[in-house]
Design a protein around this ligand. Structure first.
Ligand SMILES: Cc1cc2nc3c(=O)[nH]c(=O)nc-3n(C[C@H](O)[C@H](O)[C@H](O)COP(=O)(O)OP(=O)(O)OC[C@H]3O[C@@H](n4cnc5c(N)ncnc54)[C@H](O)[C@@H]3O)c2cc1C
Length: 447
């Protein structure tokens, strides 16, 4: 098999996994609904009763989507490798909106229909639900919490809030889920009676909650114990960013690849409550890892004052901005600003033909530029530095294009990392130069 065929097969396999994982969410929802129908849930005495059944179906699909959301954000390797962290997070957000609408449909239809059957107002029906047990009160509280979480995740609010504030409110979602789940088991008749439906929900809950606990809580603690990761050096870079070198045991067992990032939590008094995503800025070594951080806010600016010896709790490795997603043998690595960190790490394993395009305002402001140039010589890669003030596209005023800088760009993979609007312009230029969408890989440092 030729190298090109091998890349094509690998790429097709990845797409299959990605589409399969996303399609399985809807398949699982369909099975949930089928089990409900099989249990006689849609048997009605009058056509209007279908609305009641529809309300229950909406609740079932909403529950499946919430469990899918938990799985997507669990950082489980089977999700991260199949679709990548960015896409998993974006799908999590999209499903969250659909799940919330379905919850409203569920509550609305059930309330309206029950009020009709009981000859009461909707409000008194809502209060009457409390007579069924504490779990109905909890479910209503849960819906209120979901409303707060969804409202604060709307772009208009989220972009104005500090990340930490938004994240703190977003954590209410766990309380919301805990409040809503009991009514599903104690009131929803589909799950109460055992049998296939009971097992179906048990497996889903174990998979979602189990993955979450295993990969977000247990694994980071296991890594802490196994690797004993500690800050070994804090090195200021000439452009004002800071490189933090962390030492540890058996770090090759971590399975991190150049281009990936981890969520880092430095366990000192000031910082242990916050985890931040920072990319590896060189290929991982068996005894050390390195990140390079630009001071862009409180946490990143204070990194310069980290004490050597501080223990580090890391979640990951995460992301698919790696060689594993390659579709062709050649590569063009394009970076701007601090977006150079994963590009620098990728260069550690680069093989010719490889071209690095660095977009800098000036050499003095460009992080890791000397290191990239030296390493490129060792790896047989070309480096093109596009220096100067902002132009109309991603380049300078002269309007460089990738096609002009790298004539065979259409046959290579493009790895892009830098400010979002700039990276958008690079992607547009690459597409115009004939690079297939599947060959364009992007790492986003923000939203
Ligand atoms: C996948 C990924 C890789 C990254 N790699 C690097 C890197 O190698 N070097 C580097 O300098 N920066 C990197 N960043 C950006 C870095 O994570 C943020 O700049 C950092 O978290 C800022 O925190 P702060 O408190 O200093 O700034 P703030 O002022 O609190 O935030 C600045 C920006 O960072 C975002 N942010 C803050 N905290 C988090 C968080 N915990 N999770 C996600 N986003 C957050 C905010 O939404 C805001 O847009 C990366 C980001 C991502 C998503």
């Amino acid at each position: 098999m030729s190298t090109l065929e091998a890349y094509a097969r690998r790429s097709a396999r990845r797409e299959w996994w990605r589409d399969g994982l996303e399609a399985s969410i809807y398949l699982v929802a369909a099975v949930g609904v089928a089990l409900f129908v099989a249990s006689g849930g849609l048997l009605v005495t009058a056509p209007i009763d279908h609305l009641y059944g529809l309300g229950r179906v909406a609740g079932i699909v909403a529950a499946v989507l919430v469990l899918a959301q938990i799985t997507l954000i669990s950082r489980a390797p089977y999700v991260e490798r199949a679709i990548g962290h960015d896409r998993a997070a974006a799908t999590h957000t999209r499903l969250g909106k659909v799940a919330f609408i379905l919850m409203l449909v569920h509550v609305g239809l059930i309330l309206v229909m029950n009020a009709r059957y009981d000859g009461r107002s909707i409000l008194s029906e809502a209060v009457a639900l409390w007579d069924l047990g504490w779990f109905m009160v909890a479910a209503q509280v849960g819906l209120g919490l979901f409303t707060i979480v969804v409202a604060t995740s709307l772009v208009a609010i989220r972009s104005r809030w500090r990340y930490e504030r938004w994240h703190a409110v977003h954590l209410l979602v766990y309380l919301a889920i805990a409040a809503v789940v009991p009514h599903q088991f104690l009131e929803g008749s589909t799950f109460r009676d055992g049998g296939a439906a009971w097992w179906f929900w048990l497996v889903l809950y174990v998979l979602a909650v189990g993955s979450f606990l295993a990969y977000r809580i247990v694994r980071p603690l296991v890594l802490l114990a196994r690797h004993d990761l500690r800050v070994a050096a804090v090195e200021p870079e000439p452009d004002g960013s800071v490189s933090v070198v962390m030492s540890g045991r058996d770090l090759d067992r971590l399975g991190a690849r150049p281009g990936q990032f981890l969520l880092w939590r430095f366990l000192d008094r000031e910082r242990w409550t916050q985890a931040h995503p920072w990319s590896l800025s060189r290929a991982p070594r068996s005894d050390s890892l390195r990140i390079t951080v630009k001071p862009s806010g409180d946490a990143s600016a204070r990194l310069a004052h980290l004490r050597v010896g501080t223990r580090v709790l890391a979640e990951g490795p995460l992301g698919i901005f790696t060689d594993a997603t390659r579709t062709a043998p050649g590569a063009v690595l394009v970076a701007s600003g601090i977006g150079v960190t994963p590009i620098r790490a990728l260069l550690d394993e680069a093989q010719a033909p490889c071209t690095v395009v660095l977009r800098v305002r000036s050499r003095e402001e460009a992080p890791l530029i000397d290191e990239v140039e030296e390493l490129a010589v060792q790896r047989g890669a070309d480096v093109i530095v596009v220096a100067g003030p902002r132009g109309s596209g991603w380049g300078t005023a002269a309007g460089e294009s990738l096609g002009a800088l790298v004539p065979d760009v259409a046959t290579r993979d493009i790895y892009v990392c830098g400010p979002v609007p700039w990276a958008d312009a690079v992607v547009l230029d690459a597409r115009a130069a004939g690079v297939p969408a599947a060959a364009i890989h992007r790492e986003r440092f923000g939203w």
